[in-house]
Every structure is written in structure tokens, then in C-alpha cells.
Design a protein around this ligand. Structure first.
Ligand code: ACO
Length: 332
């Protein structure tokens, strides 16, 4: 996959540090080995040193030699980091004792290392559920200025090059925010367009998807998509975006011409924004399985620093690729 190779090559030029909180996980260590050997990023592994060595096994010690290892249970700066966490979350009722306990959780320590400038980004999720990876990120790193919602994009790599942009289509939100309002959907569209340019290197043409095209059905759900399209244009007047569109009108030229004549996007969209997470998550998995598409992501967008979440079924290559994407996001 040419796109992934170019993402990895680009990452090598940035010299960023990525923290991997699941340092005791075998695939993570194998990925760290490749990342360090290829020079994609500098790596911080979190975890009990003995367990990391055990998980690495005799053949995988290079990852351990080349990475910085921090054991959250015996971290010499633990107290300072607990105080930092307390300062950030005391207004939510977090006590000093609770902060001291949370700092020993690798997922919390990872985000604090980013907050403190020690790491540029994080990749986790090989052994933790999405919510557990995201919660500390939301609480500590928070969103970019002007953005209220984090979302997850998938770069879908199709077998046939006539879809999207040479076979690449970006889908969102497929991973994070269950039920976005019109304003939140507009933010998701704008952020996904940015991700498409920055990570996939593609000029975005955004379709706001619905079960209706240009008023063919009258329903509050379709109206939400119309309103989100209007708000997205307000947020970024240079954005090539249209909605509401059905999926066929968005991606099939002949149907786009019939259902949405004159649309700047219909028929050749390369970014598809789904009305909610249910649709987005189901759609990306169906396209991945039924059409045999590559699904790279989720690339989390809207966060003030890049933190990306793996599927627990991820492969070693998935981890390497997501680290490369995280490096490129950090460089943006
Ligand atoms: N963007 C930014 N901040 C958010 C978001 C968001 N999308 N969602 C919640 N937050 C913030 C809240 O504002 C709150 O901040 P505060 O404590 O400073 O006030 C904090 O995060 C916690 O908010 P909760 O509402 O308590 O969040 P909760 O932990 O219940 O839920 C979560 C957040 C875990 C992301 C939830 O929305 C979720 O489970 N989403 C679905 C994730 C998922 O399962 N995806 C599918 C699998 S992934 C895949 O298939 C690739």
C-alpha cells in the first residue's frame, strides 16, 4: 500500500517521541522494534521492567535497548506528576490521593508525559478498550481551540482505484462520539477534511451522508445533516462540501449527476461523514470485510495532541502504521 509507505517515510523525517503505555504487550514490543529499527519515532515504553523483558523474549531485546522505559510504579517523578494531575482535575473533585493512584495507571501517565512535553503523542489500545484509552486523553489533553469534540477517521484503501482519490476514501466518525449534534457533526467534517489533507495528502471533497439527497426525504435526521453542512461551511468557507447526500449520490458519478445536479462533491466525494457513530462504525467494518478494503485508523482528530487508539485485534503492522500517523499528526 503506497499510501502507508509514504506515511512511514514522512514520519522518519520528524524525529518525534511516541509513548506506548502498553509496554508489557507482545505486539507492541514487536512494533517498537520495527519503529526503532526504521527510525520512525523515538519510543517510551511504560510498564513493569521485568514484565517488559519477559514479554519481549530473547529475540526482541532491541526494542528494550532502544526505548526509554518508565515503570509507573517506581517512577521517580511520580509525586510531581500526581500534583500536575491534581491541578488539572481538582475542579472535577479529584483528590490528591486519587491523583497519586491514577499516575500509576500507564494510560494516565502517558497523557501526563505528553502534557509535560516529554512525549509528542501516544498510541494504545492493543490491550485496553477505546473508552479507557480516550478518557484520560479527554480529561488531560483536551480538544483543540475552537473544537469541542474528538472523533475518529478511517483511511479506507479500496482495491479499485476509481473510488475516492485513487482508491482512497476517508470515513468519519467511526470510533468516538455516539450521537453528535449538528454543530458537532460540522466540527467532525472540518476536522476530517484537515486529516485528509495532512495525513492522506489528498485535497478533500466532503459528502455529508444521510438517507436523503437534497430534500428527497423530510425528516429531522436529514435536517440535522443539512444544518451540519451549513455550519461546516461557516467554519471553513474554503471547504468543498455538500449534503445531505445518500451514499450512492456521493460516490457514483452517474447517480450524483441525477440526484444532486450541480453539486461540487456528488459523484466524486473522497471524504464521507456519517450522521452518527452507529452508522460510521458499521459502515467502515462492512466495507473492510465485504469489499476487502484496508482500514487505517482510527486516526483521532480534534485533540490538542495526537493520541490514537488501536483495535484490540490489531496486528504489529497496524501499530507501526498508527505510530507513523501519530508522528505526522504531531508534526502538523
Ligand atoms: N470529545 C471530547 N471530549 C469528550 C468526548 C469527545 N468525543 N466525549 C467525552 N468527552 C469528555 C467529556 O467532556 C468529559 O470531560 P470532563 O471530565 O473534563 O468534563 C470527559 O470526556 C468524560 O466524559 P464522559 O461523558 O463521562 O465520557 P465517557 O467516559 O462516558 O465516554 C467515550 C467517552 C468513552 C469516548 C464514549 O463516548 C464512548 O464509549 N464512545 C464510543 C467508543 C467506542 O466504543 N467506539 C467503537 C469502538 S472503536 C472501533 O471500532 C475502531
Amino acid at each position: 500500500m503506497q499510501l502507508l509507505e509514504s506515511i512511514r517515510e514522512k514520519a522518519k523525517t520528524h524525529n518525534k517521541t511516541i509513548v506506548l503505555p502498553e509496554g508489557i504487550e507482545e505486539r507492541t514490543l514487536k512494533a517498537a522494534d520495527i519503529i526503532l529499527a526504521e527510525g520512525i519515532a523515538r519510543i517510551i515504553l511504560l510498564g513493569d521492567h521485568k514484565k517488559i523483558v519477559e514479554a519481549a523474549g530473547e529475540n526482541r531485546l532491541k526494542a528494550i535497548e532502544g526505548a526509554t522505559i518508565i515503570d509507573p510504579g517506581h517512577f521517580e517523578e511520580k509525586e510531581a506528576y500526581a500534583e500536575m494531575l491534581y491541578e488539572i482535575r481538582q475542579h472535577k473533585g479529584l483528590t490528591r490521593e486519587e491523583a497519586a493512584g491514577l499516575v500509576e495507571d500507564p494510560l494516565y501517565l502517558a497523557t501526563l508525559l505528553i502534557k509535560n512535553g516529554v512525549a509528542d503523542g501516544e498510541v494504545a489500545g492493543a490491550m485496553n478498550a477505546t473508552g479507557d484509552v480516550l478518557r484520560p486523553a479527554f480529561q488531560i489533553i483536551k480538544t483543540l481551540p475552537g473544537i469541542s469534540v474528538v472523533s475518529g477517521a478511517f483511511i479506507m484503501i479500496m482495491g479499485e482505484s476509481h473510488w475516492g482519490e485513487n482508491g482512497v476514501i476517508v470515513f468519519a466518525d467511526c470510533a468516538v462520539h455516539p450521537d453528535p449534534s449538528a454543530k458537532e457533526l460540522a466540527e467532525i467534517a472540518v476536522m476530517t477534511a484537515r486529516t485528509t489533507g495532512a495525513i492522506a495528502g489528498i485535497e478533500p471533497r466532503v459528502a455529508m451522508l444521510s438517507f436523503s439527497t437534497k430534500g428527497s426525504a423530510k425528516h429531522p435526521m436529514a435536517e440535522k445533516v443539512v444544518e451540519a453542512t451549513r455550519l461546516a461551511k461557516e467554519m471553513d468557507s474554503s471547504l468543498l462540501i455538500d449534503g445531505e447526500l445518500q451514499a450512492d449520490a456521493a460516490i457514483v458519478e452517474a447517480i450524483g449527476k441525477i440526484k444532486a445536479p450541480g453539486s461540487p462533491v456528488a459523484g466524486n466525494a473522497n471524504v464521507l461523514i456519517f450522521p452518527n457513530l452507529e452508522v460510521g462504525n458499521i459502515a467502515y467494518k462492512l466495507v473492510q470485510r465485504l469489499a476487502g478494503a484496508g482500514a487505517v485508523g482510527p486516526v483521532l482528530q480534534g485533540m490538542a495532541a495526537p493520541i490514537n487508539d488501536l483495535s484490540r485485534g490489531c496486528s504489529v503492522e497496524d501499530i507501526v502504521n498508527l505510530v507513523a500517523i501519530t508522528v505526522n499528526q504531531a508534526a502538523e
